[in-house]
Design a protein around this ligand. Structure first.
Ligand SMILES: [Zn+2]
Length: 456
């Protein structure tokens, strides 16, 4: 199959160029200029931006959380991802205590086998001991070169000492570990306090974990990474205070990678007071307009590296578990389909970044750090034919009901998006056309190389 994309605005790594692009089989073979080659299919992209397929660095599909499981599994989650322009997701495979890393990997491999977009795994670890350390080479052999640890959640939480050891160990392998940064002891004390005062509604979820709860975690991560001599990666950064601490770490010479999420750019804490406020219960919680502004400016300055969704969806019936106690609400929201259109609307149309930066934030930098570049994350001859054709003028309103996710709510319900993913090419095949999913179940596992530490 040869697909010729005509008259596009090609979003390259350092500029936008008007021209054509040709794919052959699973690869991009020619980029730029006027191409008149024999092909099976011509796609007119006049008026549209053509990006390298977007990479979502942060999803949770088919994840058991307490006594419930996320509304989206890999079947539904990856369909939603794909129509939104995401051609690769990096999901968090999770090693529960008592499980080997290999068992967790096999379990996730099995969950993901009917995916509609490509997928790779980070490995979230709940233990760090001789047995788990001995398995790390096997993970790298299997294409898992990024890991995660949590400062929170009783079933996952590890100590700062473990975080230090893990960073020190993994840097020698050019692997990286992302940290969920929050102060668990303080947030638990605050939850207890609030509940004793009868403050049980969703808004108190945010009150229980204020900005300093995150900033403390970011600070401890920066210091641990500094002492360990390895890179620090903050997942889902949400606060101006955390951002300031990460910047200071960079100023003292540290290698720091920062991820934020669309929800921290467009949603804010007053939304917890809505009748369906429980749908915004996620950790970190929604913040203030000042935090949004700080994060948007950090996208602009290049201080934030990439944007993942932290898609972790629950139905309103599942969310109702917290109706008499916010702390019992399953944490997370649906967002995997809407990332590109929200970032385009809020950050590009809002004047913070240009489309070249958008390509970096949604694809290129993640491909580099997570060992997929230049196979993915770039429009170059020889790269994989994972391509997004994005229409900047397709204004529309986001509704849970028309999203392909398997969830009856969206934190972005009613959001007015300025543009939309029109067509998607996955592994050389046109799989989304005019916003409609044509082909499903063709996602493949992405075996990743060691990390491309571009801030080293
Ligand atoms: Zn997450």
């Amino acid at each position: 199959m040869r697909i010729l994309i005509k008259d596009a605005s090609l979003v390259l790594e350092d500029r936008v160029e008007r021209g054509d692009l040709l794919t052959d089989g699973r690869k991009i073979v020619q980029v730029g200029g006027t191409i008149d080659a024999p092909c099976d299919r011509v796609v007119d992209a006049a008026g549209c931006y053509v990006f390298p397929g977007f990479i979502d660095t942060h999803t949770h599909f088919d994840l058991e959380v307490g006594s419930t499981v996320t509304a989206d599994d890999f079947v539904t989650g990856t369909k939603a991802a794909l129509v939104g322009g995401t051609t690769t997701v990096l999901d968090f495979a999770t090693q529960e205590r008592g499980m080997t890393l290999m068992e967790a990997f096999r379990k996730w491999e099995n969950k993901a086998k009917n995916s509609s977009c490509n997928y790779g795994f980070h490995m979230a670890m709940s233990e760090w001991n001789e047995a788990r350390i001995a398995e790390l080479p096997l993970m790298i052999e299997n294409g898992v070169t990024s890991f995660k640890m949590y400062m929170v959640y009783d079933n996952m939480r590890l100590s700062d000492g473990v975080m230090y050891e893990a960073i020190k160990h993994l840097v020698r392998e050019d692997c990286i570990i992302g940290i969920h940064c929050e102060n668990d002891d303080i947030l638990k004390a605050r939850v207890k306090e609030l509940k004793a005062e009868g403050k049980i509604s969703p808004r108190y979820h945010a009150v229980s974990r204020p900005n300093l709860v995150e900033a403390d975690g970011v600070g401890r991560l920066m210091d641990a990474a500094c002492l360990a001599g390895g890179p620090a990666w903050v997942v889902h950064l949400s606060t101006k205070e955390g951002l300031a601490i990460a910047r200071r770490a960079r100023e003292r010479g540290q290698e720091v990678y920062l991820e934020t999420c669309p929800q921290y750019l467009v949603l804010e804490e007053s939304m917890y007071d809505a009748p369906d406020g429980a749908k915004f219960v996620m950790s970190p919680p929604l913040r203030s307009v000042e935090d949004q502004e700080a994060l948007l400016n950090a996208l602009s300055s290049g201080d934030i590296d990439w944007i993942g969704t932290d898609h972790c969806s629950f139905t309103m019936a599942q969310k109702a578990a917290g109706k008499d106690d916010f702390s019992q609400t399953p944490n997370g929201g649906a967002g995997v389909q809407n990332r590109a259109e929200i970032v385009y609307t809020r950050a590009v149309k809002g004047g913070y970044i240009d489309v070249v930066q958008m390509g970096q934030l949604l694809s290129t930098r993640a491909a580099k750090l997570f060992g997929m570049y230049p196979r993915k994350g770039t429009l170059q001859a020889g790269s994989d034919a994972d391509i997004v054709i994005f229409d900047p003028d397709n204004a529309h309103t986001i509704h849970a009901a028309t999203n392909l996710h398997n969830c009856d709510n969206s934190p972005y319900e009613g959001y007015e998006a300025a543009g939309k993913t029109r067509d998607v090419i996955l592994n050389g095949e046109l799989v989304v056309e005019n916003g409609a999913l044509l082909v499903s179940g063709k996602g493949e596992y992405v075996h990743r190389d060691r990390c491309g530490r571009y801030r080293k």
